[in-house]
Design a protein around this ligand. Structure first.
Ligand code: ZN
Length: 451
């Protein structure tokens, strides 16, 4: 394939080498003779950082997702071989963050829902900004970003479209507004790619439904882990907020900008509408995109009311006012940056205030350090925090029970478990391995499914 705009693909920093010139890292040179080949560039035997090239004997080659893990330093997938089409399941950075790099391939098309396409600009500009501030290498530049924005082809759920000799369609994935699963019909197999998945309804989304298939590629982030009942967890959150407010404190709720934060607003509005709730961070811009793509939001009318009720922070003086609120919902969800740290620094000396973490806190994140050591780095200073800290499991990924039921209902002959810690894959493997041929991919080592 012609290269549209030559880049120099070498970036060396802190011992890291990204994309050596002239190489397509490890992608097999052999053609597929029969069956389907899955080659994970990232996210095979790890959480996040997802990219997978699927190819068959018709020569059709499709990339699904191309993200980077926003760790410090970030983790990048292997270099993608030439492609004409990529399907992007949703706009979280570990699925979309590297997509602008793909614009080096002539006339490449990115397929996704209208909301994913619409939110991509905010995610990419933010990724670019953070890489500059933190001094991390990025393999794409602003010009690539502009090309990428022009390369989207959007699809409604359930509408078939062609990629080479295959037919594809998107289904609701439940994980966040606009998130999609991908059904692929090849001449020999029906494939379902789950993307990040939740079969349970959440405040802003409707859960995913199973699709019958021959090969199921299933994200298994929470394999082996049983979620607490979602409604009970929501009530526990609200009652903790009430307790803090009744003792005269402010409840600080760090939450992701894209989904979780808006879920929290909806829960508070539903159960405690008398509260004075302020919302700060990138989520305000993202939510505007929700209103431009209302078909992706569960009961948009209710969410409009929630949004009117929420006090949006848009200036420094708003931020000072928010210090006197009942609740502040803000980014980042794992206390790795964003306004949450500014608020925490201001609120930490009054012990009537409290912190409510809304989900999993990744290793090396600020939130994890706070939970384990009671300390966190604020503007470069390791700071002891004496405030009450509570953690809630409001995950938007399917838990073990949902994953197992979903897999059985899809009734595949083969299943590929990806986007998961090793122990999570092992639990599902030992439970379903008798009924389904289960494959555990490793990045860079293709899996070939024939029957
Ligand atoms: Zn996600």
């Amino acid at each position: 394939m012609d290269i549209q705009r030559p880049h120099v693909f070498i970036y060396i920093r802190r011992g890291m080498v990204l994309y050596t010139p002239g190489q397509t890292t490890g992608y097999p040179k052999t053609k597929v003779v029969e069956g389907i080949r899955f080659h994970y560039l990232g996210g095979g035997n790890e959480v996040g950082n997802v990219g997978c090239v699927i190819e068959d004997s018709t020569g059709t080659r499709l990339l699904i997702d191309y993200g980077l893990a926003p760790t410090r330093p970030p983790k990048y997938p292997d270099q993608c071989p030439p492609i004409t089409d990529a399907i992007i399941t949703h706009s979280h950075i570990d699925h979309i963050g590297m997509v602008p790099w793909l614009t080096q391939f002539n006339n490449v098309k990115f397929h996704g829902t209208s909301l994913t396409a619409s939110v991509s600009e905010i995610m990419w500009r933010d990724t670019y900004k953070v890489s500059k501030i933190e001094g991390y290498p990025l393999t794409w530049d602003k010009r690539d970003l502009e090309y990428a924005l022009d390369s989207w082809i959007t699809h409604d759920y359930e509408q078939w479209f062609n990629v080479g000799a295959w037919k594809c369609r998107l289904h609701r994935a439940g994980h966040m507004p606009g998130a999609a699963m991908v059904e692929i019909e090849t001449p020999t197999h029906r494939i379902l790619w789950s993307g990040d998945l939740d079969t349970r309804d959440s405040p802003n989304t409707i859960g995913a439904k199973p699709v019958k298939c021959d090969i199921l590629c299933l994200e298994a982030t929470y394999g082996g882990k049983v979620h607490p009942d979602r409604t009970e967890e929501e009530h526990r959150l609200v009652s903790e907020v009430r307790k803090i407010v009744e003792r005269g404190g402010v409840a600080l709720i760090p939450a992701f900008a894209s989904g979780r934060g808006q879920d929290i607003l909806r829960i508070l509005h539903r159960d405690a509408p008398y509260l004075n709730v302020h919302y700060d961070g990138m989520g305000t811009r993202l939510t505007k995109k929700w209103f431009e793509n209302p078909e992706h939001i569960r009961d948009i009318k209710t969410f409009e009311n929630v949004w009117r009720w929420t006090k949006k922070v848009s200036s420094k003086s708003d931020r000072k006012k928010a210090l006197h609120a009942d609740v502040i919902v803000t980014t980042s969800g794992m206390l790795d940056g964003g306004p949450a740290l500014w608020y925490l620094n201001r609120l930490r000396s009054d012990l009537s205030n409290g912190i409510l973490l809304t989900g999993y806190q990744a290793e090396n994140s600020g939130g994890r350090k706070l939970l384990e050591e009671g300390r966190i780095s604020i503007f470069g200073n390791l700071t002891k925090i004496d405030l009450e800290i509570n953690q809630f499991q409001l995950s938007n990924h399917a838990g073990h029970v949902q994953l197992r039921n979903f897999a059985l209902a899809c009734n595949p002959k083969n299943m590929i478990l990806f986007h998961a810690p090793e122990e999570s894959r092992n639990v599902i493997f030992s439970e379903l391995g008798q009924e389904i041929d289960i494959h555990l991919p490793v990045n860079g080592q293709p899996i070939h499914i024939i029957s």
